[in-house]
Design a protein around this ligand. Structure first.
Ligand code: CP3
Length: 346
């Protein structure tokens, strides 16, 4: 979409994603629209609960723009959750305070899968409205990132019923019912593609696919049950906008992810930037500071961040953390990280 890019005052993110030369690396933070900001907590208090908060486009817009104004990041990410897809397919979720997501009903057999609908953008109209409002509120200052969960990560929640260290119920499903697992993954993939195309039509400039639970799979199973479906999504999106694939704890797969039609690859902190670069071909890399670095003193934050910037290099690089911000991080330290990236003399 060169027309829209040309109108943006700050298009560093899109240039970096496409591999074009930049004057400095762009920076944004996973979970920037979240609890690290007191302003987020104030907005969240206006909603009855998390699910209602996500469904309120005005409030979602407010917290999506906050990090741009307060932290000075180079992109906004739409405030929503990856779990809106199961809900749109017919499997509602709750967010239990201090514990995380919970699905009162889970997917166990063929009838459960048959009963799910393939969702489309119309089923998620509140996200489309939130994107349109946010796009307007940003007033072309920075790009707007849309997102979804990777089909495997979404399936893991739908089968398991909530978070888990091992996702052993979801993995049991893969080992005992592989054909049903594939049927479910395909339905989630089809829903995600329609949803993401809607997000692009509503104003998303780049799409990130979060495969947060990639790390529970073996390499062989990762290709069969996860990357295969991610690749269908990047293929469907690639004529429209750049896509980033963030597969946590799956850096053995960097070369294979690079072979998909994604434009950039998100990295967690457990891989060295130079090693990642060697496997990523000409794709852009995103990441990968340990969020816990932001608990350190200022001198350490500056030193480590600058070291990371040098290791990745200026071009084909989007600066970020290796996973989302933790809610108890100090807002000032988070801002310091952003400022160090923006002030770095290349
Ligand atoms: O990145 C952003 O700022 C955009 C908003 C966003 C949220 N969730 C809001 C949120 C995004 C991109 C997500 C993605 C998401 N949601 C993922 C993938 C990224 C990752 O962290 O691995 C996953 C696995 C989920 C599912 C989910 N949502 C969990 C496990 C939890 C509870 C744990 C936690 O971090 O609090 C949520 C809740 C959630 N989603 C919150 C926010 C701001 C916190 C809820 C609150 O305000 O109380």
């Amino acid at each position: 979409m060169p027309y829209i890019c040309a109108m943006l005052q700050n298009d560093l993110l899109l240039k970096a994603a496409k591999g074009q030369d930049v004057e400095r690396a762009p920076v944004w933070l996973m979970r920037q629209a979240g609890r690290v900001l007191p302003e987020y907590r104030a907005t969240r208090a206006k909603a009855k609960n998390f699910v209602e908060f996500v469904k309120n486009p005005e409030l979602a817009c407010e917290v999506s723009v906050q990090p741009v104004d307060i932290l000075g990041v180079d992109a906004a990410i739409i405030f929503s959750d990856i779990l809106v897809i199961p809900e749109a397919m017919g499997l509602p979720y709750e967010m239990v305070e201090a514990r995380g997501p919970h699905f009162p009903k889970t997917i166990q057999n063929k009838q459960d899968i048959d009963a799910l609908k393939i969702a489309d953008a119309g089923d998620l109209d509140y996200v489309m409205q939130a994107l349109k409002l946010t796009k307007k509120a940003l007033n072309n200052r920075v790009p707007l990132i849309g997102f979804c969960g990777a089909p495997f990560t979404i399936m893991a929640y739908m089968v398991e019923g909530g978070g888990s260290k091992t996702f052993s119920k979801a993995k049991q499903f893969l080992y005992t019912q592989p054909l049903l697992a594939h049927a479910l993954l395909q339905k989630i993939t089809d829903s995600s593609i329609q949803y993401l195309k809607g997000q692009v039509a509503a104003g998303a400039d780049l799409i990130q696919i979060f495969d947060s639970w990639a790390g529970v799979l073996s390499e062989k199973m990762y290709y069969e049950f996860s990357l295969k479906y991610i690749s269908q999504i990047t293929d469907a999106l690639s004529p429209l906008v750049p896509t980033t694939v963030f597969a946590k704890d799956a850096h053995y797969a960097i070369a294979k992810i690079a072979a998909t039609s994604c434009q950039s690859i998100g990295l967690d902190w457990t891989i060295d930037p130079i090693k990642a670069r060697a496997q990523a071909g000409n794709k852009t890399l995103q990441g990968n500071a340990d969020p816990c670095l932001l608990y350190a003193d200022e001198k350490t934050i500056i030193h480590e961040t600058e070291h990371m910037l040098r290791s990745f290099g200026k071009n084909k690089y989007i600066c970020n953390l290796g996973h989302g911000l933790y809610p108890d991080l100090d807002k000032g330290k988070v801002k310091l990280f952003v400022d160090v990236v923006k002030a770095y003399k290349w």
